[in-house]
Ligand binder design. Structure first.
Ligand SMILES: O=P(O)(O)OC[C@H]1O[C@](O)(CO)[C@@H](O)[C@@H]1O
Length: 546
């Protein structure tokens, strides 16, 4: 580990040891300005980290660590198209996909923006054609349903955004098929009419077995209903592998490209966003990009202590590495963000779930935490018990909009807001044994019974949470929120010293699945596979009556 980083880390650990017993309740009581001093704003967006056990000294030490780790230079390297993904020798330029109001973005000596704009225009023309009915199926009917077939980054972003932007959805119905499990495509196609269904095959590599298998099934479904020659009218593709798309038989005019400098989990901003554009239209899609671009500009230029993604990353690092918390929960108090936790699981865990540093040596600190969550208030009635009274401390990130989209249901939104604020307050304040006992006595319970039951009603409190508040979940706000999380992952990766842009950890399972398929099919024997795999193969064959 670099000497400057080691020193900064040691200082943080010493500081934590001295502050381990910091009581947030006392910190709030002693500082009426704590909320103002430990929250940051960007237009209508607020990042409140006042309910974490940090002081100004903590923030100074964390920003010192970021400096020692070369965060500013690394950020510059990303925005300027350097090949920072060293294990794949690639630039990382998803920010170029939304840099529509800026100047050139140069990768390998070439401005990529003309191509970015050209793809966006082509998407616009196609999406508009589908939405207006100018582009139709083989029998002349307009498309009522669009099925996106893709997985991972070719699915999670568009699924999450389509759901989030439901109030803006005025195009055909959208469906997403990702799983290799035939149940997924079977259940999706069951309700659809081949004459009015368009498929988008989304795969960066166009080799992913799940997507290729589902695509072949979809093509057969159209061919069976309308004839082989009709299939061309019912398919479009999104990929970086244009030759492979042609081999599948999709017309070049219906293929929307992107580039190897866009990672799968960072790709919703370009052609992978085609289903989003079909759902909400090109104008709202551009508003989504504009929101992300606004966050990019802020991340690129704001000083660390005023920079929202930097601060969210520093707080994440503080909890993961310095406090040793193994997980974080992301709880959107917004039903339409129900797929955000799943999206963030790929973004964060595929990026930062690494055990070696950039140079291949073992990571010297813990790296990315387990990320999970569900929308509030549903989560409250499921796992919040553990967040409040479990033996592990799990920092929570609440996401909240001041306004909903249903003015007539404002009383619902008021309840939603009250619940979100109440959970953050409960995690922080807790309830002492004395308070618990007094509450039971006040209800008329006798003293010995109150004593017996009080321990079960104690909340330790002092549990950290961050709250992200914006005015309303619209395309701009959503783009800005996603970009906030993208850059936070970048910040944390830099502090861990790892490459956030490869994903070798998904390969081994894929290779073994390929080897095991003929064994499962009964074409070859289990050979010298381990006894557990061989045993399961035998059982599966027996259960199938083989
Ligand atoms: O878009 P593709 O190439 O089909 O890949 C899908 C997903 O598979 C992965 O490579 C591994 O899960 C992801 O990074 C990617 O988003």
């Amino acid at each position: 580990m670099d000497q400057a980083i080691e020193t900064a880390l040691a200082a943080l650990r010493t500081h934590r040891a001295a502050k381990a017993s910091m009581d947030m309740r006392a910190a709030f009581a002693g500082d009426p300005q704590r909320f103002e001093r430990f929250s940051l704003g960007l237009d209508d967006l607020t990042l409140d980290f006042s309910r974490t056990a940090v002081t100004e000294e903590t923030i100074a030490l964390l920003t010192g660590l970021a400096e020692a780790a070369g965060l500013s230079a690394a950020r510059e390297a990303m925005f300027s198209g350097e090949r920072i993904n060293g294990t794949e020798d690639r630039a990382v330029l998803h920010t170029a996909l939304r840099a529509l109001s800026g100047g050139p973005v140069v990768e390998a000596g070439k401005d990529v923006m003309p191509e970015v704009r050209a793809v966006l225009e082509a998407m616009d023309a196609f999406a508009t054609g589908v939405r207006t009915g100018a582009i139709r199926g083989a029998t002349g009917k307009a498309f009522t349903d669009v099925v996106n077939i893709g997985i991972g980054g070719s699915d999670l972003g568009p699924v999450m955004v389509t759901r989030a932007l439901a109030p803006f959805h005025d195009g055909p119905r959208l469906h997403y098929v990702s799983n290799i499990d035939g149940a997924h495509i079977a259940d999706t196609l069951a309700g659809l009419d081949p004459e009015t269904t368009l498929f988008i095959i989304a795969s960066k590599t166009f080799t992913t077995i799940e997507t290729m298998t589902n695509a072949a099934t979809a093509r057969q479904w159209v061919a069976d209903a309308l004839g082989q020659e009709a299939t061309g009218d019912h398919f479009a593709a999104v990929s970086t592998a244009l030759d492979k798309v042609s081999a599948f038989g999709i017309d070049r005019a219906r293929v929307f490209g992107f580039w190897d400098w866009v990672g799968g989990r960072y790709s919703l901003w370009g052609a992978i966003g085609l289903p989003i554009m079909i759902a909400v239209g090109a104008d709202d899609f551009r508003r989504l990009l504009a929101g992300a671009e606004a966050m990019d500009r802020h991340f690129h230029s704001a000083p660390p202590a005023r920079n929202l993604p930097v601060m969210l990353g520093l707080i994440g690092y503080w909890h993961r590495v310095i406090c040793g918390y193994p997980a974080r929960a992301v709880i959107p108090y917004d039903q339409r963000l129900e797929r955000l936790p799943a999206y963030l699981q790929q973004l964060d865990m595929e990026s930062n779930g690494k055990r070696v540093q950039l140079d291949g040596t073992a990571a010297e600190t813990p790296t990315g935490p387990l990320v999970w969550g569900e929308p509030g208030t549903n989560g409250q009635h499921a796992f919040f018990q553990l967040l409040h009274q479990g033996t592990d401390i799990i920092p929570v990130e609440f996401i909240l909009a001041a306004e909903g989209h249903e003015p007539r249901l404002k009383h619902h939104h008021d309840l939603l807001v009250a619940n979100c604020l109440a959970q953050a307050e409960a995690l922080m304040k807790g309830r002492t044994r004395e308070e618990a006992e007094a509450q039971l006595l006040a209800k008329g319970m006798d003293a010995s019974e109150a004593k017996r039951l009080a321990p079960h009603r104690v909340f330790p409190g002092n549990r950290p949470s961050v709250t992200i508040l914006h005015r309303r979940l619209d395309p701009f706000a959503l783009g800005r929120l996603i970009a906030l999380y993208e850059h936070r992952v970048f910040v944390e990766a830099r502090l861990y010293g790892i490459n956030a842009f490869d994903q070798w950890g998904v390969e081994l399972g894929k290779e073994l699945a390929t080897e095991l398929l003929p064994v499962v099919e009964g074409k070859t024997g289990a050979g010298d596979r381990d006894a557990a795999t061989a045993g399961m193969i035998r059982l599966i064959a027996a259960l199938r009556g083989g």
